[in-house]
Ligand binder design. Structure first.
Ligand code: AMP
Length: 298
């Protein structure tokens, strides 16, 4: 089974208490694709500019990611700049330059159109809908952000009515539903469409609502977090990659998928950008999965 991933491919500049990383490879689709490539065939759909460094293309290709859907447009690549506070859970976006992303309309090549699984990364919900209309996938997960909840809620509600799973921050659950209680908020979102809602709680793990059932996944207690940028997208990529590999979406599979997502996200946080995520292999993933099992059993 294969997975199509749609979203931003970026050059990220971040500073955190651990240091600074200038114009590193980033973007939601990048983190999600690399994470998912540990489990399944991935087709990435996005856009970069003519300034996009060839070594980043080589890295994505070295992971076996199909880049037929990665458009190379005239102009500059999307750029994002973020600053993390001493409390690394707090982040300010300092700058967003849409550049080639501004006029982007995703065009799915055949492999992406026919992928059984689809992850719609955080882009304008009208674009997410354009992708859905081209796709014949049987299971769709979506990520979004406060910006779209604020300014394009109607478009977001339309697309929510057509997807299977929403991966979202706890704060965004509140913004979308007006409900501070995560359980009530998730139940309200299920009524908007997705039968699966996975609210992430940052360093406190993740909940998973599936129909009328719920699972609580821990996050790995980490002594040192270098850069949490992309952890959410990595989580989504690990989650969807595992599901695509299993070819199933029953509750047990989804529970394990949440742990796989959390495993990959914990690696992302260890170094800047994709540096750590890109170097992990099966052995390390399995070892960390075992740590999570140990952490969650009593
Ligand atoms: P996260 O840390 O999971 O929120 O994801 C951060 C990633 O999202 C970075 O690599 C950014 O390049 C990307 N990003 C930030 N803002 C946007 C945006 N408005 N649209 C698409 N991608 C974005």
């Amino acid at each position: 089974m294969s997975l199509a991933v749609v979203g931003s491919v970026a050059l990220d500049t971040v500073d955190t208490p651990a240091g600074k990383n200038e114009e590193g490879l980033g973007g939601a689709a990048t983190f999600a694709s690399i994470a998912a490539s540990n489990y399944t065939d991935v087709s990435l759909v996005g856009v970069v500019g003519t300034d996009f460094p060839p070594e980043h293309i080589q890295l994505l290709e070295s992971k076996g990611i199909d880049l037929d859907g990665l458009e190379r447009a005239e102009g500059k690549t999307f750029r994002w700049t973020g600053h993390y506070h001493d409390d690394i859970n707090l982040r300010d976006t300092l700058d967003t330059q849409l550049n080639v992303f501004e006029h982007f309309h995703p065009k799915l090549p055949e492999a992406a159109r026919n992928a059984d699984y689809l992850f719609l990364g955080n882009i304008h919900p009208a674009l997410q809908m354009e992708v859905l209309e081209q796709s014949s996938s049987k299971f769709v997960a979506l990520d979004t952000m406060n910006l779209w909840i604020d300014i394009t809620k109607d478009d977001l509600l339309k697309v929510l009515g057509k997807i299977d799973a929403l991966i979202i921050n706890d704060e965004e659950v509140f913004e979308l539903t007006g409900e501070r209680n995560l359980v009530k908020g998730a139940r309200l979102i299920q009524k908007m469409g997705p039968r699966i809602v996975a609210p992430k709680k940052g360093e406190h793990g993740c909940l998973l609502f599936v129909d009328d059932r719920v699972f609580s996944a821990p996050a790995l207690p980490m002594e040192q977090v270098a850069d949490p940028t992309g952890a959410g997208d990595t989580f989504a990529g690990g989650f969807m990659g595992y599901i695509a590999h299993q070819g199933a979406t029953d509750f047990e599979t989804l529970r394990r998928a949440v742990i796989h997502g959390s495993v990959l996200a914990s690696f992302t946080c260890e170094k800047f950008g994709v540096d750590r995520l890109a170097e992990v292999g099966q052995k390390e993933i399995e070892a960390r999965y075992a740590e999570f099992v140990e952490l969650a059993s009593f």
